[in-house]
Structure formats: C-alpha cells, structure tokens
Design a protein around this ligand. Structure first.
Ligand code: HEM
Length: 176
C-alpha cells in the first residue's frame, strides 16, 4: 500500500471513531435533558387560579336587638359582644354555636357573664331596646377576668362591629 492509500485508510478509520464518540452515555443524558426541558416548556400550563379572597369585613353598628340573630342558627355566623366590641366567633362555633357549652353568649353582650364566670340568664341584657349594661358594679377581679377574655378574643377572632344602645346608632356613627 502506498503512502496515499495508507493515509486515506487512516482518516476513514478516524471518522468512524468520531461518530461512535457521539454516542456516549453523557451525550444521551444531555439529549434527554434537552428533550425533557423542551417538552415541559411547550406543554400547556394549567391556568393560574388566584386564592379565593376572604369576604371583606364590614364594620357595623349593632344594638342588642340586631345582634340577637347572629347566634349561629339557620347558618348565621356567631357573634358576641364584650365591652362594646362585637366579635365574629364563628370559628369557635363548637363553643358558642347551637348546642355548644357557651351558646348562651351567642348573639348577646357577653361582658357580664364572662366577667363573673356565669352562664345565668341575668348576666344577659334583658331589655334589648334599653341601655347597654354599664358594668360599673363589677369588682376589680371581675373586670380583670373580662379583660382577659377580651384579650383572648382579640387574638383569635375578628372584630366586626360595635354594640350600642338603641337610639345611639347615629350618634356613634357620626363620631367616626
Ligand atoms: C367547669 C368549668 C369549666 C370548664 C371545665 C371549662 C372548660 C373549657 C375548655 C376545655 C375550653 C376550651 C379551651 C380551648 O380549647 O381554647 C373552654 C373554653 C371557653 N370557656 Fe370554659 N370551662 C369552664 C367554665 C367556664 C366559665 C365559667 C366560663 C365563663 C362564663 C367559660 C368560658 C369559656 C369560653 C368563652 C371559652 C371559649 C374561648 C374561645 O372562644 O376560645 N368557661 N372552656
């Protein structure tokens, strides 16, 4: 074989070697990676859904009478008032909802009952159209107990309004 033929044969052998060098495990891996990225890029994406917004809280003015229906019955939320603040305690429906141990407070001014640690009927405002319970006769301990509940409720529940006596609704609103 003369020199030229020898060189051609050498080159041909080299080319064959180069093409087999393409099929290395690393190249297969890279090809797989490129294919995967391309396919996942082209795949139609699920439409983005925004998390549902909590219903906006409208701060309202309640009187003992308008607070009364919020006792958790008929699918109503459960509200109760402490020292003029109305809390939405629906999250604690097990406590305050129908059949719960503290259902007597649902839809009511619970201040006195919480202060005295009593579920007695006379703890609740009797005349729903009369003045609010002034709570002026409570002892220091009772006031402290009430404040403790208030603090707990402020941490746990949303304030959805304030409680005023019948006739004071407009007075209170014009102050805001
Ligand atoms: C025999 C006495 C009592 C026992 C064994 C008792 C037991 C309990 C228990 C286990 C809880 C649940 C606590 C939690 O998971 O956060 C609770 C909550 C509560 N208790 Fe009592 N309780 C008693 C008396 C009272 C009294 C006298 C009052 C006030 C009048 C009262 C008012 C409340 C209130 C308002 C909650 C719910 C607080 C919330 O909404 O997170 N409890 N009670």
């Amino acid at each position: 074989m003369d020199y030229v033929q020898q060189r051609v044969a050498q080159e041909a052998a080299k080319e064959g070697g180069a093409s087999s060098a393409l099929f290395t495990p690393l190249n297969f891996l890279l090809l797989g990676l490129v294919l995967y990225t391309t396919v996942s890029f082209l795949k139609p994406k699920a439409p983005i859904t925004l998390p549902k917004e909590e219903p906006a809280v409208v701060f309202r003015t309640f009187t003992p009478r308008t607070l009364l229906p919020y006792n958790g019955e008929n699918g109503q939320p459960v509200y109760l008032a402490v020292r003029g603040r109305v809390f939405d305690v629906s999250r604690g429906r097990n406590f305050y909802g129908p059949g719960g141990p503290y259902e007597n407070f649902a839809g009511r001014d619970a201040s006195r009952g919480l202060a005295k640690g009593s579920f007695d009927e006379e703890m609740l405002t009797k005349d729903l159209d009369g003045p609010l319970d002034p709570l002026t006769d409570l002892s220091r301990d009772e006031l402290e107990a009430m404040a403790g509940w208030e603090e707990r409720f402020l941490e746990k529940y949303l304030v959805v309004g304030k409680l005023v006596a019948v006739g004071d609704e407009d007075k209170e609103e014009s102050k805001e």
